[in-house]
Design a protein around this ligand. Structure first.
Ligand code: ADP
Length: 473
């Protein structure tokens, strides 16, 4: 089967969050399972672009209303990632350091989508299926169905995978003229809440809709930033497929970013050495339990709870625990977190920013990982931490609910129900007690390390979904 994945992120080419991890791993496992898999993404100014070799396989011009942007399709020459990688090079729009956050993001991602389809229709063969990821690629299913110049793709099934339904890529009808020509009888398909909503368009037009966990699919029927009723309507073509993790990239036995590699056989010693490294880097106490957080410092991640929960937990257990925060996002939260540095020196520290290497060391060297999320479509951090023998402390929501059972119910983590400071602190108290019972702690860690979250198992579910829509042709 020839599968195209179209995405704004893909690890290790460009990563902001979990979307990159999924698009960097799922295609590799699909390829290994005997499919011909291509990943298409924008060409940003990243280290990967500079350090790897590409050949130009197609070029053209994107017409975006009165703008005209030249583009190239660059193929990575060696297939080193385990699948064919294609970068859509539109220098004027993408030769920048960041993936998102520019005023012209609508123009950027619309041009990317048009250039991608222009190239695909110019190829000799058409793909069997096109898997779009999140709102940045949400207009593709519409354009395939209705734009005159993409008629060749009308019968090709498309699928939208929703990694995060909070972001929807809305823009005004004043930009309607950016879209390639289509029969205006279909213009209502573009509309949701008085604007063009890229994610809503994908949900309407794609032949199948998947979310990255079953529980998240249930939750967005009640709470999806305005898309609830639409998601209810398309339930018949929707499925929640739990993400996997790339067990080759995330393996404490081979991970080059760690101070000390370890496996299930020697994890106690291995984790301690990584913890000592972390503690020396951040002036923490390696003899005390270490609670960490890795992620975007936003309300959806419960980031706003962290400063208060950390202050309360540290003052109640003064000098009995360590807390380390890695992340960036809301500047108020960042400031609040940094304001605690002075009071809890030696037991608390932060790294405000993004640091892949440090994240790996934290998964390995921590005892507990905090995930107080309000919304968590799947969450990968809890699966990485389990694989590294670190116990996740999660709020029961979305994918966290699907992957972490409380140790009180014979599970592998610590769970609470409310996104509240009180619930987070109560879980920290339970963790401190568990930490004192080393035998029990290590038993849980071992079960966590043995849990299979590999893509090998999961990627077949995607293939089944593709087959289902291909058969509908
Ligand atoms: P998201 O909603 O942000 O996509 P996920 O749990 O799905 O959340 O994935 C987050 C990914 O991003 C993980 O690989 C995590 O390690 C990584 N990550 C998040 N923030 C940072 C950071 N500040 N530094 C390094 N890695 C980070």
């Amino acid at each position: 089967m020839e599968i195209f994945h179209i995405s704004a992120e893909c690890y290790p080419v460009a990563k902001v969050g979990g979307l990159a991890d999924v698009v960097g791993a799922l295609p590799k496992y699909q390829n290994n399972a005997g499919n011909a898999v291509r990943v298409v993404m924008p060409c940003y100014d990243t280290k990967f672009k500079i350090e790897n070799h590409f050949e130009c396989v197609h070029w053209g011009h994107v017409k975006l209303g009165s703008f005209n942007f030249p583009f190239n399709i660059l193929k990575e020459k060696t297939n080193a990632l385990g699948f064919e990688l294609y970068l859509v090079e539109i220098p004027e729009l993408f030769n920048r350091k960041e993936v998102y956050g520019y005023q012209d993001d609508i123009e950027r991602f619309l041009s990317f989508q048009i250039a991608t389809l222009d190239w695909i229709i110019g190829r000799e063969d058409v793909p069997d299926v096109i898997n779009c990821h999140d709102h940045h690629t949400g207009l593709i299913p519409f354009m395939m169905l209705y734009c005159n110049k993409y008629e060749k793709l009308r019968n090709i099934p498309s699928m939208i995978t929703i990694h995060n339904g909070l972001y929807q890529g809305q823009f005004g009808f004043d930009k309607l003229y950016y879209l390639p020509e289509f029969d205006l009888a279909h213009v209502n398909v573009l509309e949701w809440d008085n604007c063009i909503n890229s994610l809503a368009v994908a949900i309407k037009c794609a032949w199948a809709v998947t979310t990255v966990s079953p529980s998240y699919l249930n939750e967005i029927n009640y709470s999806a930033n305005g898309l609830e009723s639409l998601l209810n309507l398309v339930r018949y073509k929707s499925k929640g497929i739990l993400n996997g993790i790339d067990i080759e990239v995330w393996d404490p036995d081979t991970d080059r970013m760690l101070e000390k590699n370890y496996s299930i056989k020697n994890f106690e010693k291995g984790k301690q050495e990584n913890k000592e490294k972390l503690c020396s880097l951040f002036n923490l106490d390696p003899t005390k339990p270490l609670f960490s957080f890795i992620g975007r410092l936003l309300e959806e991640k419960g980031g706003d709870l962290l400063p208060h929960a950390a202050a309360l937990a540290l003052s109640e257990n003064f000098q009995q625990i360590n807390i380390l925060i890695l992340g960036s996002g809301n500047t108020t939260i960042e400031k609040q977190l940094n304001s605690l540095l002075q009071d809890y020196k030696g037991n608390y520290n932060t790294f405000i920013g993004y640091n892949e290497e440090l994240a790996h060391l934290i998964y390995a060297g921590s005892d507990f990982l905090l995930m107080p999320s309000r919304v968590e479509p799947c969450g990968l951090n809890q699966m990485y931490s389990l694989r590294y023998g670190t116990i996740p402390i999660v709020r029961r929501t979305g994918g966290l609910k699907d992957t972490v059972v409380d140790f009180g119910d014979n599970g592998i983590g610590i769970c609470h129900d409310q996104a509240s400071v009180g619930d987070v602190c109560y879980s920290i108290q339970r963790a401190i007690l568990l930490y004192e019972d080393k035998q029990h702690l290590n038993k849980i860690r071992k079960i966590g390390m043995n849990t299979d979250h590999s893509w090998e198992r999961v990627c077949q579910e995607y293939i089944e979904m593709y087959k289902l829509i291909i058969n509908k042709k």
